[in-house]
Design a protein around this ligand. Structure first.
Ligand code: ATP
Length: 341
């Protein structure tokens, strides 16, 4: 449905987006995440035909981005979306439906369905007097008046209370069930994780990871294993090679290591000390761990002239590990025998 190939957008000698490639399938919810200034809004605006690319090709529903026919297939929700404050939700949405030549009866049905689903009350109240959450919902309804195939939402749920946020995210997810294709940007990774089929992570204008959240986690995250023992393992050469450190936790000792091979090294070291492994816990990185790791890596320059290198070839941080028990991330416990059999 959306093809982005070799996209590059520069302002003077500054590159807002660099060599960006991705495709979004029909009926998919695709998220773009990244820190401030990563190039998310620029990418979305290029897809919506509002910013012209410096290089590369972007097509939406088979049309070049920006083509007037493409716009009929697309609904765009900008990050900031001022409304006409003197109008009511209904008159405002009808006004936009008229711009798209949607017959009044069809428009009313469409607007009513969107507002019902978004649970928007006070449809006849002046928009200047409604809450921020209601304004966002009206802007979302506006993106649907032309019944587009593709929706491009820039931070649809930012600045909203948790209830409204959940309602907007559930609505975004449901759009998929009605056959729409959605691309949206967000800062909140949990939102992205709960709504998106696939994600692109951007940093400093480049896509530095993409895939389903599980794929990204698998490819870029590191599972750590915490091995609990009844005595402190002997400081063997194998443990020194792993940089494994052991901490006392109550009457046990905990050694954090990066692989099951390393778990075996701990097992040998503790046997050497006359003790045994009593528990092993694995800890999956959260999307946030992975994100912080990826965007924390050094990047090539962003200015024309000092660019070079493949962002994915950049060294990963090695010191992103945590130290306390019970912090975020998925942790599973296995008995010593289960985990090593
Ligand atoms: P945020 O999360 O803060 O909204 P973003 O990932 O959406 O950030 P963009 O708005 O796409 O980032 O901006 C990417 C970079 O391009 C930023 O450094 C921004 O200042 C720059 N930029 C965007 N538009 C322009 C412009 N019209 N002129 C010059 N620089 C621009």
């Amino acid at each position: 449905m959306i093809e982005v190939s070799g996209l590059r957008k520069t302002y003077g000698d500054f590159a807002a987006v660099v060599d960006s490639d991705f495709a979004v399938d029909d009926g998919e919810v695709f998220g773009i995440v990244g820190p401030n200034g990563a190039g998310k809004t620029t990418t979305l605006k290029v897809i919506a035909g509002l910013v012209e690319p410096t290089d590369g090709e972007v097509t939406v529903a088979g049309f070049d981005a920006g083509d007037s026919e493409m716009r009929r297939h697309l609904g765009f929700l900008p990050e900031e979306s001022p409304l006409y404050e003197e109008m009511t939700a209904l008159s405002y949405l009808r006004f936009f439906a008229d711009l798209y030549d949607v017959p009044r009866e069809v428009a009313d049905e469409r607007i009513g369905a969107a507002l019902d689903r978004l649970e928007l009350d006070h449809r006849e109240r002046r928009l200047g007097d409604v809450s921020k959450g209601m304004k966002r919902k009206v802007a979302i309804a506006r993106s649907l008046v032309n019944d587009p195939d593709v929706l491009v939402y820039d931070e649809p749920a930012s600045g909203l209370d948790p209830v409204t946020t959940n309602s907007v995210l559930a609505f975004t997810r449901e759009l998929r069930e009605t056959g729409k294709t959605v691309v949206f940007s967000a800062h909140n990774l949990y939102h992205v994780e709960s709504v998106c089929d696939r994600v692109a992570v951007m940093n400093e204008g480049r896509i530095v990871a993409r895939g389903s959240v599980d794929e990204i986690r698998e490819r870029h995250g590191e599972t750590t294993y915490r091995v609990f023992t009844d005595v402190e393992p002997t400081a063997t050469a194998a443990l020194a090679d792993l940089d494994a450190t052991t901490e006392a936790v109550g009457d046990r000792f905990r050694t954090a290591v990066p692989s099951m091979d390393a778990v075996a090294a701990v097992r040998e070291a503790v046997a050497d000390a006359g003790g045994e492994v009593v528990d092993i816990r694995s800890r999956e990185p959260s999307l946030e761990d992975v994100f912080l790791d990826i965007v924390g890596r050094p990047m090539p320059g962003r200015y024309t002239g000092d660019r070079g290198g493949d962002s994915l070839g950049v060294e990963r941080n090695s010191d992103s590990d945590e130290s306390d028990e019970g912090d975020e991330g998925d942790e599973t416990s296995a008995t010593a025998t289960e985990a090593t059999e």
